[in-house]
Every structure is written in C-alpha cells, then in structure tokens.
Design a protein around this ligand. Sequence first.
Ligand SMILES: C[S@@+](CC[C@H](N)C(=O)[O-])C[C@H]1O[C@@H](n2cnc3c(N)ncnc32)[C@H](O)[C@@H]1O
Length: 197
Amino acid sequence: MTDLYDSEQWHRFDLGHPGGEAMTESLLARSGLKKGSRILDLCCGTGDSVALLYTLGMSAFGVDRDSVILRAQEKHEAISGDSWHGWQGDTGEPLPFDDHYFDAALCECSLSLLKDRATVLAEVRRVLKQEGLFLLSDVCEGEAFQLDGFERLEWRDERQALKNFAIRWIWETGQKFPDSERGKDYFSAVYRAIGPA
Ligand SMILES: C[S@@+](CC[C@H](N)C(=O)[O-])C[C@H]1O[C@@H](n2cnc3c(N)ncnc32)[C@H](O)[C@@H]1O
C-alpha cells in the first residue's frame, strides 16, 4: 500500500479523487439509486463522499485503513461514529457488515490499489443485496475494468478528469504528480452483481 494517501501532503491537498463531487453525483444519477438507499463507500478516504451521500438522503458507511478513518471521523464530526469502520483490505479481512446489507457499493480511485482484488470483490458481493450495484471510478489502461461476478452496465472515459486532477496537484503542491503504475487512463462505471452472492 502506498503511504501517499496517509501523508500530510495528500490530506492538505484533500481533493479525494479525480472528478470530485461532480463525478460521485454523476455515478449516483446514472445508477438510479433512490433516497433511503444504503451505500458502502469502500476506501472512503477522509469521508467526503459519505458526507455527500447523507446530504442526498442516503445512508452511508465508510471503510478505510484505521489511520485514514480517524481523519474521516475528525473531518465529519456531525456524522455518527457508527458510519466509520477501520478495515485493512490487503489482509483478507472480511468487511464488517452482514450479508446482503447494502443496496450499492461505491469505490472511487481505490480498487486498483488493493492487491487481493478477487477477495475484496467477493466480499463486496457478499454484503450487496441480490443484483446490488457497484459504482466505480478508477485509474486504468484503456477501458473500464471487467469484474468477476459483476455485469458492467455502462461506463465513461474520464481521462480529462485525471488530467485536471494532476494539473491541480502540481498547482497546489508545487510537486510532480506521483507516478502511477495503475495506468494513464481513468473511467467511471456502473456494475450490477450477477449470480449467487
Ligand atoms: C485515492 S484515495 C481515494 C479515497 C476516497 N475514495 C475518495 O475518493 O476521496 C485511495 C484510498 O484507498 C485507501 N486504501 C488503499 N489501500 C487500502 C487497503 N489495503 N485497505 C483499506 N484502504 C486502502 C487509502 O487509504 C485511501 O484512502
């Protein structure tokens, strides 16, 4: 796991993911999720998307590494502590939720950081309801990921959002944008869980 996302430099930058709130809102609109939906934010960072989901009338739960989840709690004091859970995605640790608990999961700019993606995806499917939705944005090479156990319903090329993010990083930090082995492209996509969870 890169320590970039736990560094002071990253948290001072504090823009979360390429496309920001507008990309999260676009994914939600394209998914058709309604007010009252229960959503998991996998690798929620400092919790801005969890906060946005609450303002849109959804119930949201964020998981991330312990050190990062503490920052999310500090930043969003008004959101109940029950909404935040420490979780280490590289150890095979199960997600701390019952089976079929969520209508949807959101994962922004994070899935590609997780080494054991197959185990994590199996966990996401376990906590999703039948045909639950998975809303994803991430760095890629070429087109949006194909994921075992999920049908990709639609996707968008978001390369421009990644370029804008890198420009903003250079402008605000005065540093070179960190190299990513994850790819040079970026996408947002809506998936649906298929088959038995
Ligand atoms: C680019 S940040 C995105 C954060 C958030 N999704 C957002 O859009 O603001 C990537 C996040 O993935 C988390 N992450 C990376 N590897 C992880 C792991 N093995 N277990 C849990 N979280 C992890 C980092 O702590 C970081 O918060």
